[in-house]
Design a protein around this ligand. Structure first.
Ligand code: HAS
Ligand code: HAS
Ligand code: CU
Length: 806
């Protein structure tokens, strides 16, 4: 189907350093997708080996292979790495990056360089965690890092919790940037003629998941931020000794971490839909119903988080509401599964490894989903919570649920990505080892749960009915999984050298990625796409219509030029992250970690300015977008959601503490007159930057630059006043003993951080203007910077109301 144009393949094989440099500087979504997938495979391997260690310890009673703190560390890292570095990124940003532009018929994502930055931030956050294994030991408080477990570092000198918090914050930022980027891509960059209901189901999965991340991730950010601040500064919203409420931590945490399970599911259901349609040689059964089910899952999924907290003693009304919502969420999920089955029903099934994995998924996941619904029933949950029934449930939906769709997707798109097929035979071995292994490992755990075995204990005594036998079987299962994992890795490595060469469309897929060569050229499409999309299966429709493809004119192809600065900016944040984990801002520079902190900060700042000074495209070109909003602003609009919900979650926590009488304001509050003056300054800066934008549009550059300068000065004055007030109020109250003050410093401090970020944001277009990078065609980062500045101002109006007036 693809036209044979000799792609500009280099005649000689590039050396290792060339490839490395290429990947460090690339903006190509395919390379970034590959790097995300490789990192996730690594995450699975590390966390999987840790799981085997857990199972070895639990194989027999009173074992001493991993004891106490050590066990807790391994358990925490197993859970956290599996979730944050394997299952969440693989689908959303791994497959998502590789496939979104291809399936949309585009050349890249909306913001390629933000994409590079986000990937390296993600990778570095994993490196940060890895460092903690070797220096001081990793966190040991469970992946849920509940308060107050995080407050006791039982090993002296361990900074594991701080490291985990910082890495969650960095990883979270990366994830938000990735999500905003995807949402902007879907809005602005689709092939001409592709309406939203003509998008492949995988694209819907990525779009919905991105929106879910943008709304919900704030809960995790709030949980990690408050934990870090308590460890570093003693600011506590949770410490009951000062009136704090420990359960509030769980509200923050689960507000994200329940919706997160759909982040772990929705991209993969999209993958299943693509595979099932291709291998049944049929369109999807009930395309629109599937889209609405996805949106239904997003909506209801945001309203069920309390089912993780049934046992903490919340009011009955709360529990009932959340129990009902929990049962309801099974309905759209079930609909999706029925649609997959409906698609296969009566199709000419081509039994290849991707389809096998999907069928195995449907079978397993239905069981795991139903045990989830069972857990949503309050009395049942009371009986089995914190026991192995729960462990079995979530491995049932994760390990032999969505992980199977990781495999399905990999077997499906591997030939597209690498140009070679994997071995079908080894694929089936892999499947059967994983099936038998997972059933042996986790099915006995359901029974152990009923028999009362609690989770998160490093050992168990002799003599409990069937405990020994079931645990032993479970451990054997884990070893079978290990063998399965090795077969999988071997299959991939083998295929790269010996696999059969794949043609452009080895499975007869219907979506646009199969129109490219295998692997695709840097510019993806070598033909001009027709502009008529009759359904979500363009290749099928075009073939039927006998469409002939025209080769693309390379003059029309504009790809972002490579640049090292996003990498450097992220690297600075790694050093900065190490610095704040192992040290703090007030530590003297004789401590090398403190040096790292400031050096990292400096590198990031430098990197960002250099980045802003490097144009995205070698020569200015007109880029067609579908809406009237340019890509930068579109990305910023989506990113706003996450900022609003972050302040929303923290403010809700504060309002709750006030309402239940736990956080009465102290008699001496910070001065209202100073805050009023400050508000005036900040609001006027919003008008000034707005005027500057108008001047820019009119082409009066000198006034425009003056306007930006004035905005920064006003922001600086605001910041100075705020610092003065902070220090003054900090001397007046003991903020470690007062919940109101803790809320004040947390929220106003977070706003102050936003002033710094916003100020740097405004400095960027100023720098671009000074260096001649801005003109009528190139708006640089002006619009997003000014949008962000307005947002920071609006948030301030809310803050002054709730802290100074209320
Ligand atoms: Fe879950 C705990 C409830 C889906 C992951 N879950 C966890 C944890 C993780 C996790 C990681 O209500 C533990 C975290 C920790 O470390 O503490 N889960 C559900 C429900 C669903 C569900 C209702 N979970 C997932 C998915 C995950 C995931 C997907 C990751 C990918 N889960 C819970 C609850 C807990 C929990 C409690 C807390 C337990 C505790 O005490 O700590 C649903 O989304 C599942 C929907 C899917 C189906 C299957 C297909 C549907 C069909 C339709 C007909 C079926 C119906 C049900 C109408 C339901 C075929 C009939 C009901 C009967 C009982 C027969
Ligand atoms: Fe798990 C607890 C056992 C897979 C997620 N698991 C958790 C928790 C979470 C979680 C969130 O039996 C809760 C943590 C907490 O309480 O805070 N899990 C297993 C086993 C596997 C497993 C045997 N878990 C997963 C997956 C998850 C996940 C997948 C999410 C996506 N897990 C447990 C147990 C507990 C548990 C106990 C409860 C303990 C307690 O005390 O409560 C297996 O399915 C893992 C299979 C994978 C492998 C690795 C395959 C090997 C490969 C190649 C290796 C490469 C080599 C070369 C050798 C066996 C892929 C090296 C080269 C390099 C470059 C590294
Ligand atoms: Cu949940």
């Amino acid at each position: 189907m693809a036209v044979n144009i000799p792609s500009s393949a280099p005649s000689r094989k590039p050396g290792f350093w060339e490839v490395l440099w290429d990947y460090m500087t690339t903006g190509d979504h395919k390379k970034i997708g590959i790097m995300y997938m490789l990192t996730s495979v690594l995450g699975f391997a590390i966390a999987g080996l840790l799981a085997v260690a857990i199972r070895v310890q639990l194989a027999v009673p009173n074992n001493e292979f991993l004891v106490g703190q050590q066990y807790n560390e391994v358990l925490t890292m197993h859970g956290a790495i599996m979730l944050f570095y394997f299952i969440i990124p693989f689908g959303l940003v791994g497959f998502g990056n590789y496939l979104l532009p291809l399936q949309l018929g585009e050349r890249d994502v909306a913001l390629p360089r933000v994409n590079t930055f986000a990937f390296y931030l993600f990778l570095f956050s994993l490196i940060l965690v890895a460092v903690s294994f070797f220096i001081g030991g990793p966190a040991a408080a469970g992946w849920t890092f509940y308060y107050p477990l995080t407050m006791k570092n039982s090993v002296a000198g361990s900074h594991g919790v701080e490291v985990l918090m910082v890495s969650i914050l960095l990883n979270g930022l990366a994830s938000l940037l990735g999500s905003a980027n995807f949402a902007a891509t879907v809005m602005n960059l689709r092939a001409k003629g592709m309406g939203v209901f003509k998008m492949p189901m995988f694209v819907w999965g990525i779009l919905a998941t991105s929106i879910l991340q943008l709304i919900a991730l704030s809960g995790l950010t709030a949980a990690a931020l408050t934990t870090l601040l308590e460890l570093k500064l003693g600011l506590s919203l949770f410490n009951p000794a000062n009136g704090g409420v420990p359960v509030l931590f769980q509200q923050f945490f689960w507000f994200y971490s329940h919706p997160a399970v759909y982040v772990m599911l929705l991209p993969y259901l999209g993958i299943a839909a693509e595979i099932v349609s291709t291998f049944s040689r049929k369109p999807l059964f009930g395309y629109k119903v599937m889209v609405y089910s996805i949106l239904g899952i997003v909506l209801v999924g945001l309203l069920v988080w309390v089912h993780h907290m049934f046992a903490v003693g919340l009011p009955q009304g709360w529990q009932l509401f959340f129990a009902i919502a929990t049962v309801i969420v099974g309905v759209p999920t079930g609909v999706k599964l029925f649609n997959l089955i409906g698609t296969m029903w009566g199709g000419h099934l081509q039994m290849k490894s991707p389809l096998y994995w999907v069928i195995a998924f449907i079978f397993n996941f239905t069981i795991g989903g139903i045990t989830g619904v069972a857990l949503g029933l309050i009395p049942f949950d009371y009986a089995v919570t914190d026991g192995y029934f729960v462990v079995a449930h979530f491995h049932n939906v994760l390990m032999f649920g969505t992980s199977y769709l990781v495999m399905a997707g990999l077997y499906y798109w591997w030939p597209k990505i690498t140009g070679r097929l994997m071995s079908e035979k080894m694929g089936l071995w892999h499947l059967w080892l994983f099936l038998i292994g997972s059933w042996m490992t986790f099915m006995p755990q359901y029974i152990l749960g009923f028999l009362g075995m609690p989770r998160r204990y490093y050992t168990y005594p002799e003599g409990n009915y069937l405990w020994n036998e079931l645990n032993y079987i479970s451990t054997i299962g884990a070893f079978i999984l290990l063998i399965g994992g090795l077969v999988w890795v071997y299959n991939m490595v083998w295929s790269l050298r010996n696999g059969e060469k794949a043609n452009d469309n080895p499975w007869g897929g219907y979506t646009l990625e199969w129109l490219t060569s295998s692997p695709p050229a840097p510019h993806n499409f070598e033909v001009v796409l027709p502009t008529h999309f009759a359904s979500e299966r363009p290749l099928y429709d075009w073939k039927k219509a006998g469409v002939k493809f025209e080769p693309v004119n390379m003059k029309d192809v504009h790809l972002p030029q490579p640049t090292i600065w996003p990498f450097v900016s992220a690297l600075g944040l790694l050093l900065f992250g190490l610095g704040i984990s192992y040290s703090w801002f007030n530590v003297p520079l004789s401590d090398p970690w403190a040096v790292l902190l400031w050096v990292g900060f400096g590198i990031t700042l430098y990197g960002i300015f250099k980045w802003a000074g490097t144009p995205e495209f070698a020569e200015p070109a007109h880029h067609h977008v579908l809406t009237s909003v340019p890509n930068g602003a579109m990305g910023m609009w989506w990113f706003f959601i996450s900022e609003v919900t972050l302040f929303g979650v923290l403010i809700s926590g504060y309002v709750y503490l006030r309402m239940v009488g736990k956080a009465p304001p102290p008699e001496e509050r910070p001065d209202i007159w100073l805050a009023a003056l400050n508000t005036l300054i900040l609001v006027s800066s919003s008008f000034v930057i707005h005027k500057a934008e108008q001047d820019f549009a009119k082409g009066i550059f000198s006034k425009f630059r003056l306007g930006l300068m004035l905005t920064m000065i006003l922001g600086g004055i605001f910041f100075l006043f705020q610092t003065y007030e902070f220090v003054k109020f900090g001397l007046e109250v003991d903020y470690t003993q007062n919940v109101w003050a803790a809320c004040f410093f947390t929220l106003v401090g977070l706003h102050g951080l936003h002033i710094i970020i916003g100020g740097v944001g405004v400095a960027l277009p100023y720098y671009q203007a000074l260096t001649g990078k801005l003109n009528h065609k190139e708006h640089g980062s002006l619009t997003p910077a000014s949008m962000y500045w307005h947002l920071v101002d609006v948030v301030w109006l809310v803050i002054i109301t709730i802290f100074y007036i209320w």
